[in-house]
Design a protein around this ligand. Structure first.
Ligand code: PRX
Length: 628
């Protein structure tokens, strides 16, 4: 770990039109933050009061470090809030979901239709024997059914575990096994750049050695329909039941809602567990107050529900708030780099939430592409997942937002469930800084001992108090959960390095551990290393991240080969392909170097920090524990 260090802070501040603040739901940040500080529980209670409950709470929060329980003893079902509440309050025919396919196909579901489809699949899941508390793995492309299946699980109290369909066999298998999923819901294929990418074939391999799986439900969306071979495979449409009602299971506030796997420093991915009530209140609150979602908004979050951003700001937050969501299976540059701008123009998208890596790609393609389209419907722009550096901010602000739309750079994590730090619309924006903690969040930058560091000094980003949508545990690894709350004092340690300026704005400096952020996605060095070592040619592997102008970071692997193997370009390609098949394209090393030895501590731990410093021509820092 690093002690505090100096950071040079300079840059421009953008002052938005002052009238903007008056129009926002959370117009006055200071006022809201003070209201929260005065009585945190009352603050959250007021938010919760806006939602529908089967039974209300006895108490708002019980904090028994490191475990928090929120909205104690309340009973609810999140889908009643995402669907029934709107259907019953005059939004029956409001568009809930717009889907755009790669070839421009469209599907539109109103709240009434989405409600019905969710109930039909929920009833189908029950008929397959799925009960409250069972885990269901969802490995699907970005189609409406992916969202329908997730909500259907929540309807009957099954715990969904959505796995991004870009992950490979090994990653999927470990997630199915760890969650003990009873059902896997998949599709025949996803369509990418005009080509089919087979999904069912990956599932077939991934369920070997996964004895918990009873059935694989297959959405056959391409023609001619793919054969279903084994008796455990069933067709999605045969599962759907023709029901007009499937009652929502009564869930306790602290019953698990979903598991979502995220990469860690060591070992396999961690199954982050979120529960019903706190997650609901947190995602609803932030959708209302950060995005300021209004009735006539069209909200487009470009993530996939396979990531937390998709869970919180495609599915739950916007539907809780009764919004219209747009999703697309299309890639940003196929068939040309105008497709996304065309979608904004076509559907009058008002709120657009994406990742810096996508914006950097658009910057490279040039301003002419967005200029061809009418983007005047946009009113709020968001960013998430990695640092939005000042150049990218300025381009996004000028070319996409026409110096009119506020840019919200939102900092949060799979573990936090909801936005934690951001600049609210209407507040001065400082490119490079994410902003201040939201009212409801107590965040700070501290040193090793947990003492706040002064402005301009780098330190560790921590959250000091519990919040409703915090993860409750790491599945099958309570010990790992406790580490989050015991690494620096008794605070929640995010794993990020950060710095504050004199106004309290926070800048994220990067990870303090060996998690890589490639194109906005978390990838654990250890996961890639163990995929490499599972290849027969590899004796040892070490993986580091290298800065990259487009992806933020790329992966470089150092490999010691086993006896009998010698370095070659062919072997290099084979190893890259091996990682692609086991973990998926996002975890593929861009560079592979064959080496004779690796820097290690005396206890045999690979010092990735030393490798990285050497690779980047930097000072390796303290090397006293290095073996040689
Ligand atoms: O390092 C931070 C980075 O992404 C990490 C969380 O990754 P994940 O759990 O996959 O969730 C990503 C989407 C919420 C953080 O620890 N990160 C996230 N948002 C930002 C960021 N880094 C800089 N700026 C951000 N806005």
């Amino acid at each position: 770990m690093t002690e505090k260090f100096d950071v040079k802070l300079e840059g421009k501040t953008f002052f938005p039109d002052p009238s903007l603040r008056e129009h926002m739901r959370m117009g006055d940040y200071e006022l809201a933050y003070n209201e929260f500080l005065k009585d945190p529980e009352a603050y959250w209670e007021k938010v919760a009061e806006e939602l529908t409950w089967i039974n209300k709470w006895d108490k708002i929060c019980e904090w028994d470090h490191p475990h928090a329980r929120w909205f104690i003893n309340s009973k609810l079902n999140i889908t009643q809030n995402c669907l029934d509440r709107h259907v019953q309050s005059g939004k029956k025919n409001k568009v809930a979901l717009i889907w755009v396919g790669e070839g421009g196909e469209e599907k539109i579901l109103t709240y009434r239709q989405l409600h019905r489809e969710v109930m039909r699949f929920a009833a189908g899941l029950k008929s397959l024997g799925v009960k409250k508390g069972d885990a269901v793995c969802i490995y699907m492309p970005l189609v409406p059914e992916q969202i329908i299946v997730a909500l259907a699980c929540a309807r009957i109290g099954a715990i969904h575990s959505i796995v991004f369909a870009g992950f490979g066999t090994r990653a999927l298998n470990s997630r199915i096994r760890d969650s003990a999923a009873k059902i896997v819901v998949t599709a025949d294929a996803t369509i990418r750049r005009g080509k089919r990418v087979e999904l069912k074939a990956i599932v077939e391999e991934a369920v070997v050695n996964a004895p918990s799986v009873d059935k694989i439900v297959v959405l056959r969306r391409t023609k001619p329909p793919m054969e279903l071979y084994s008796e455990i495979e069933v067709d999605y449409y045969d599962v759907l039941k023709d029901v007009s009602e499937c009652e929502a299971e009564v869930m306790d506030a602290e019953d698990p809602l979903f598991i979502l796997y995220t990469s860690g420093t060591t070992g396999p991915a961690k199954g982050i567990v979120h529960t019903c009530a706190g997650y609901m209140v947190g995602t609803y609150y932030t959708t209302q107050n950060v995005f300021d979602l209004r009735d006539n908004d069209v909200f487009w979050c470009t993530a996939d529900p396979g990531w937390i951003t998709g869970h919180s700001y495609i599915i739950y937050g916007p539907l809780l708030a009764g919004g219209t969501i747009l999703i697309t299976e299309s890639t940003p540059d196929y068939p040309d780099p105008g497709v996304w701008w065309n979608i904004i123009d076509d559907f009058d998208v008002t709120i657009f939430y994406t990742a810096p890596t996508a914006i950097r790609m658009f910057m490279r393609m040039g301003e002419d592409w967005p200029r061809k389209y009418d983007l005047s419907s946009l009113r709020i722009l968001g960013s998430v997942g990695e640092t939005l550096n000042p150049e990218t901010f300025e381009w996004y602000y000028r070319v996409i937002g026409k110096e009119r739309c506020p840019i919200l750079d939102t900092w949060w994590q799979t573990e936090t469930g909801m936005h934690m730090i951001t600049t609210l619309a209407g507040q001065p924006m400082k490119p490079g800084f994410v902003g201040k903690p939201l009212p409801g969040v107590v965040a700070d930058v501290v040193d090793n001992n947990g003492d706040p560091v002064p402005p301009g000094k780098g330190g560790f980003l921590v959250i000091k108090e519990p919040w409703p949508s915090m993860m409750r545990t790491v599945r099958n690894n309570e010990e790992r959960y406790r580490q989050y709350w015991s690494t620096i004092g008794k605070y929640y340690t995010a794993g990020d390095l950060a710095v504050k300026d004199d106004d309290g704005y926070i800048m994220i400096l990067g990870r303090s551990d060996d998690v890589l952020i490639v194109a906005g996605h978390n990838i654990g060095s250890a996961e890639v290393e163990s995929a490499l070592v599972s290849n027969e040619a590899v004796a040892e592997a070490a993986v580091i991240g290298k800065p990259d102008p487009l992806k933020g970071e790329i992966i470089k692997a150092f490999i010691i080969l086993r006896k009998g193997y010698s370095p070659s370009d062919k072997l290099r390609s084979e190893l890259i392909y091996h990682v692609r098949m086991s973990l998926g394209p996002i975890a593929m090393p861009s560079e592979v170097e064959f080496v004779e030895s690796l820097p290690k501590t005396r206890s045999g731990k690979i010092m990735r920090r030393v490798l990285r410093a050497k690779e980047l021509g930097m000072d390796p820092g303290d090397v006293s524990t290095l073996e040689e």
